[in-house]
Design a binder for this molecule. Structure first.
Ligand SMILES: Cc1cc2nc3c(=O)[nH]c(=O)nc-3n(C[C@H](O)[C@H](O)[C@H](O)COP(=O)(O)O)c2cc1C
Length: 311
């Protein structure tokens, strides 16, 4: 895939292979690793606008960025236009170059509060949120799904509304809410969005290899791709897609991630989080079942590194 820069309002990325936000996985350390492998843009996982306004410590922690994240992007979720604007103007978001709005999350906890993909069913509300945020002059982007009912895409209408509201880029996950993360993305619908607007359109869904990225680009004509689960298993997927030479050593990658995390978190907290991170890394890796299971029960980072020597 031929890399090209993507303009997001007043900033421009180095290339068009982006990392998606993944709650519980794409912390600053993982994002830093992805940048080393060439990611053109990284973003925090979704943070709650309310959490930010209540000065929640957990929310603040999610907004920590790595030194190599040259373009800083945070993702917000919420459902109230005035509060979303207030959150955007909060001092904790001041260092961010881009603020993305989550309008695609399918999980009931978010959806039932009128946020995430619920906003795909309420275009007037979504427009109020985006217009209020864009009125600040900041670089606002939005990440959506195709719709909340399979086969009933609202993506084109939604994208036109977002462009009109002043949004600088739209990322389209080519699946519907009931699909969650399963099945092939609908390339045709992403292509229709690309043809309907003049702002950059980034295509997301089911990219696990260079061939998948090429298919996505060919079939959608999008301006770039966004990697999610594919990057969790292989942060070097960015280099693979960009056609850059790279070396990927799982032990070295995990050690680096752990070292970065140790600058901010207790050992036990990191280890507990890695109980779910390691199974992602081990997808596609030949590894004894006993070791796989042991990774899901670790209590220290030393244990993780010692188990990795056995993989
Ligand atoms: C565990 C998990 C957490 C996610 N968290 C977020 C999130 O915080 N914000 C968001 O916009 N999308 C989130 N997503 C959706 C991904 O960004 C992406 O759109 C989706 O996984 C489809 O891409 P893929 O098929 O390449 O994985 C999440 C997905 C997963 C599996």
């Amino acid at each position: 895939m031929l890399p090209k820069s993507v303009k997001i309002g007043s900033v421009a990325t180095e290339n068009n292979v982006f990392l998606a936000p993944l709650a519980g996985y794409t912390d600053f350390a993982f994002r830093s690793l992805c940048i080393d492998y060439g990611a053109g843009l990284t973003c925090t996982e979704m943070v709650s606008a309310n959490g930010l306004l209540y000065n929640s410590r957990a929310t603040k922690e999610l907004l920590y960025t790595a030194p190599n994240e040259k373009i800083r992007c945070a993702q917000l979720f919420g459902s109230d236009p005035a509060l979303m604007k207030e959150a955007l103007l909060h001092e904790d978001l001041a260092p961010f170059d881009v603020v993305d709005v989550n309008m695609g999350c399918p999980v009931p906890k978010i959806f039932n509060n009128g946020a995430g993909s619920a906003l795909l069913n309420d275009l007037p509300k979504a427009e109020k949120i985006l217009s209020a945020m864009c009125s600040t002059g900041r670089n606002v982007t939005v990440k959506i799904r195709l719709g909340t009912e399979r086969g009933k895409s609202v993506a084109v209408e939604f994208a036109k509304m977002a462009e009109g509201a002043g949004v600088k880029l739209i990322a389209v996950h080519g699946r519907y809410r009931p699909d969650y993360y399963a099945g092939e993305p609908d390339f045709g619908e992403i292509a229709r969005v690309k043809n309907a607007v003049n702002i950059p359109v980034i295509a997301n869904g089911g990219i696990f290899s260079r061939a998948d990225a090429e298919t996505m680009m060919e079939k959608t004509g999008a301006d770039g791709v966004m990697l999610a689960r594919g990057a969790l298993a292989k942060p070097c997927l960015f280099s693979e897609i960009l056609g850059r030479e790279y070396v990927f050593d799982l032990y070295a990658a995990v050690s680096r991630q752990l070292e970065l995390l140790k600058t901010r978190f207790d050992d036990i907290r990191i280890a507990v989080n890695f109980r779910k991170v390691m199974p992602q890394y081990l997808k596609g890796v030949a590894c004894d079942r006993r070791i796989r299971l042991a990774f899901t029960q670790v209590n220290s980072t030393a244990e993780i590194l010692s188990l990795l020597k056995e993989v």
